[in-house]
Design a protein around this ligand. Structure first.
Ligand SMILES: Nc1nc2c(c(=O)[nH]1)N[C@@H](CNc1ccc(C(=O)N[C@@H](CCC(=O)N[C@@H](CCC(=O)N[C@@H](CCC(=O)O)C(=O)O)C(=O)O)C(=O)O)cc1)CN2
Ligand SMILES: [Zn+2]
Length: 767
């Protein structure tokens, strides 16, 4: 039996890569400095895995921004708008594709970004044209292999599999299907594999998580062709085929017949597949199985007793030499090292394992499964005790919360009247112009704002001093919004470290790490709170700052909350009860907050649910169950208020086509969505469905420092007004502005307000 993993976090335990990239982008450091820090991080990761006993260590799991963008560059899949970039200045081209570029007489937009399966990680969407050309362009996969080899480590290079790569991308022209490009793409893989095998590479890991989706026959055939061809051309190459995040499902028979060395199984998300495989007539006992037993998506300690039972069952049928012990998926989605957490309560800490501890768990499981396991038995006992303590802990259970959940009634998830009645009431109460303008909530989280929070945490700033600084920032932002003429204002979220962590800190049932950073996209990280127990709200969480902001102005200010599904989705969630139950607990806490905001005079309340789509199960047969409880949880949180209180929700990074009726079912009075990078394509779902409520399609791509021009915004707005009822349209950016700086934010928002006002004028002239 051997150990391996699919990938390791790369941002650095102290977010070194984040800091290095941001310093490079701002021109504070040069390319050599960035490359040096990257090399150091790769080296640390490889050495760490070697030290802790991982037998087959991955390479090319590092990335400066995103592994799918890396793949696009590996295959020379570079959209035409970047053709003026010097191909010898790789990093400039690479980051231009990732973030857009607006200097030295160049002005190009970034590539689209979207959710990586059901995670909070975002990837850069490959773009294809009809006559797409592929070539082996970036040699990173070869270079990283050599880099590790120079350190004495013979790695397993990781490549995005060709079918997943194509399926994750997007046709930028009509008249072809992306899978048609496979024939052109495969020769590039042959070239890469040839170079790697010339260097004596034994194993290559091909990531094909599309195998967790409901594939069509054509897509399945593409997989078969690909791996049969690889095997025919490179009979000595050991192919490690990685699927993760769910079952192989109806793709299993096909997968089992592939001529690959190893099939990787996510046994956390899909424990049942093991029996399916062991009983399948298609299973060839020579195919190795990688048992993904350690949860790569969560931070709970593994249950060794349960895992060993599974291993034992497998070894009854399969020679241990044909088994790998592994994590369910790449450890990219877990934080680095629990040892850094000195402030976590010990009782909770003993239940947890971060990436480094998961490596230890993997090697311990291997050791415990061998006959000579005596020196590891104490680790087994320790693990057993920790899991037992967790099960029986007093910290977890709150009877009052459980009772409230069991007393939930249908009426708790319904507003008093339907939307058309509410709309009329709200119109009278709010008196907003046609095409009302607003923003999504956050304003720039500047260095200063963050340093106040850091200094407050360190005790350098008192609570009063900190509050005074935040209050001043809110006041400035209100004045700015009034000055430029926005119609619905926000307080700016300056007091929040993060839209989920902030609420986690205020609710019972959550714990927080100090360094539990996980990459979200590019250099941006999140620190998901640890939801370990029953959730309840002790006191109002946002009322003070929201009412303060409203007290400064006569223009309506939106109360700003994060919704229950998003708080659930972006936390590390307890695995001892159904997620639906946990979600309802959060929903009740948010509901109480919504009611308190209304009581305190907020006429508009936004409940953000950007993670609703992300939480959608990968396999369609599981969709309905999820959508039912998720939509219901949102409705519970939103339904405690009077008709005249306007409930907004906000979603980003989402394809809406296949869930649009459920989105409508959420029944928010207004929804704001991200649409600008896709040039309003995401709006189609709402148009085709004749979405009944009001909607603000984003007209400003906030992920890029680029300032959208007045003409661009107008063009997007025209597109929207051509297809939506004018009375339903709001004008807003794609998402919050916390990652932007003030100068660009100000310019962009002025353009946004002006664009709305121009459109209004046009409308009047027509009338
Ligand atoms: N949870 C979550 N998921 C999400 C989003 C989101 O907002 N939250 N948005 C979408 C996109 N993802 C995003 C994810 C992160 C950030 C982001 O800005 N993250 C910040 C960290 C935010 C944070 O927690 N800030 C803390 C800690 C800040 C910090 O780094 N402090 C410094 C000191 C201050 C300084 O000098 O900068 C330190 O501790 O060393 C705070 O403000 O208190 C970052 O990476 O820089 C933006 C978008 C989807 N998923
Ligand atoms: Zn958003």
């Amino acid at each position: 039996m051997k150990t391996t993993i699919l990938g390791y976090p790369r941002i650095g335990s102290q977010r070194e890569l984040k800091k290095a990239c941001e310093a490079f982008w701002s021109g504070k450091t040069d390319k050599d400095e960035l490359l040096k820090i990257a090399s150091e991080l790769k080296k640390q990761n490889w050495k760490q895995q070697q030290h802790l006993g991982i037998d087959l260590i991955p390479s090319n799991d590092f990335s400066f921004y995103d592994q799918v963008l890396d793949a696009s560059l590996t295959f020379g899949c570079i959209p035409k708008r970047y053709q003026d970039f010097d191909k010898n200045n790789f990093l400039e081209l690479y980051f231009a594709m990732a973030r857009g570029h607006q200097k030295d007489n160049k002005d190009v937009t970034a590539m689209e970004m979207t959710k990586w399966f059901d995670t909070n990680y975002h990837y850069i969407v490959p773009e294809f044209e009809k006559n797409q050309h592929f070539e082996f362009f970036s040699k990173k996969v070869v270079e990283e292999y050599k880099e590790a080899l120079a350190l004495g480590i013979k790695t397993k290079p990781v490549l995005m599999g060709p079918v997943t790569f194509l399926l994750l991308g997007k046709e930028k022209e009509t008249g072809f299907h992306k899978l048609d490009l496979l024939d052109k793409l495969l020769p590039v893989y042959y070239e890469i594999i040839t170079e790697l095998t010339n260097l004596d590479v034994e194993y290559i890991q091909f990531d094909e998580p599309c195998l967790a989706l409901n594939l069509s026959q054509k897509e399945r055939e593409a997989i078969t062709t690909t791996y049969k061809t690889f095997h025919t051309k490179f009979p000595k190459l050991k192919i490690y085929l990685a699927n993760y995040f769910d079952c192989y499902g109806e793709n299993l028979d096909m997968a089992l017949q592939l001529p690959v060395d190893t099939l990787h199984l996510d046994l956390v998300r899909c424990p049942s597949q093991l029996d399916d495989i062991l009983q399948s007539k298609h299973y060839n006992p020579k195919t190795k199985l990688a048992l993904g037993l350690i949860d790569g998506r969560n931070i709970w300690k593994n249950d060794f007793e349960a895992s060993l039972k599974i291993i034992k069952k497998v070894t009854n049928t399969i020679n241990p030499e044909n088994l790998w012990i592994s994590a369910s998926c790449s450890l990219l989605h877990t934080p680095y090292d629990l040892d850094l957490e000195i402030n976590l309560p010990n009782e909770i800490k003993q239940w947890l394992a971060f990436a480094k501890q998961k490596l230890e768990e993997i090697t311990t499981l291997k050791a415990l499964s061998s006959s000579d396991n005596e020196s590891y038995l104490s680790l087994f006992e320790e693990n057993k005790l920790a899991n037992l303590t967790r099960k029986n802990s007093k910290l977890i259970h709150n009877q009052l919360v459980k009772e409230r959940i069991s007393n939930l009634k249908d009426a708790d998830s319904r507003r008093e009247n339907n939307f058309s009645i509410r709309q009329a009431t709200q119109k009278a109460a709010l008196n907003l112009p046609l095409y009302p303008t607003t923003t999504i909530g956050s304003f720039p989280q500047t260095k200063e704002v963050r340093s106040w929070r850091l200094n407050h945490k360190k005790g350098i700033l008192s609570q009063e001093e900190y509050n005074a600084l935040i209050a001043k920032e809110i006041e400035d932002s209100i004045r700015f919004q009034e000055d430029i003429g926005l119609d619905v204002l926000v307080h700016g979220e300056f007091e929040r470290n993060d839209m989920v962590e902030y609420f986690g800190e205020k609710l019972n049932g959550f714990a927080f790490s100090a360094y539990g950073w996980v990459q979200s996209y590019g250099s941006r990280c999140v620190k998901p709170p640890i939801l370990f127990g029953d959730v309840s709200r002790e006191k109002p969480m946002t009322v003070a700052w929201s009412t303060y902001a409203q007290s400064l102005t006569n223009i309506p200010v939106k109360g700003m909350l994060t919704g229950p599904v998003t708080i659930l989705q972006w936390s590390f969630v307890r695995n001892d009860q159904p997620r639906a139950t946990t979600c309802n607990q959060i929903a009740l806490a948010i509901r109480d907050e919504v009611v308190d905001l209304e009581k305190n005079g907020l006429k508009i309340i936004q409940i953000d649910e950007p993670a609703i789509r992300e939480g959608l199960p990968l396999r369609k047969e599981d969709w309905n169950h999820y959508l039912n409880w998720a939509v219901k949880a949102f409705r519970i949180s939103a339904s405690g208020v009077k008709d005249e209180t306007q409930i907004h929700t906000h979603m980003c990074y989402s394809e809406f086509n296949d869930i649009i009726s459920n989105i409508a079912d959420m029944d928010a009075d207004v929804i704001t969505i991200e649409t600008s990078r896709s040039e309003m394509e995401l709006l189609d779902a709402f148009v085709n469905f004749q979405y009944p409520n009001e909607i603000g399609p984003g007209v400003y791509d906030i992920h890029s420092p680029r300032i959208p021009t007045l003409e661009e915004i107008e063009a997007l707005l025209m597109k929207a007004s051509n297809v939506l009822p004018n009375q339903h349209i709001w004008v807003n950016p794609d998402c919050g502005l916390k990652t932007r700086d003030w100068p660009e934010t100000k310019e962009a928002l002025k353009n946004l307000v002006k664009a709305a006002s121009n459109l209004r004028k046009k409308e009047l002239n027509l009338a």
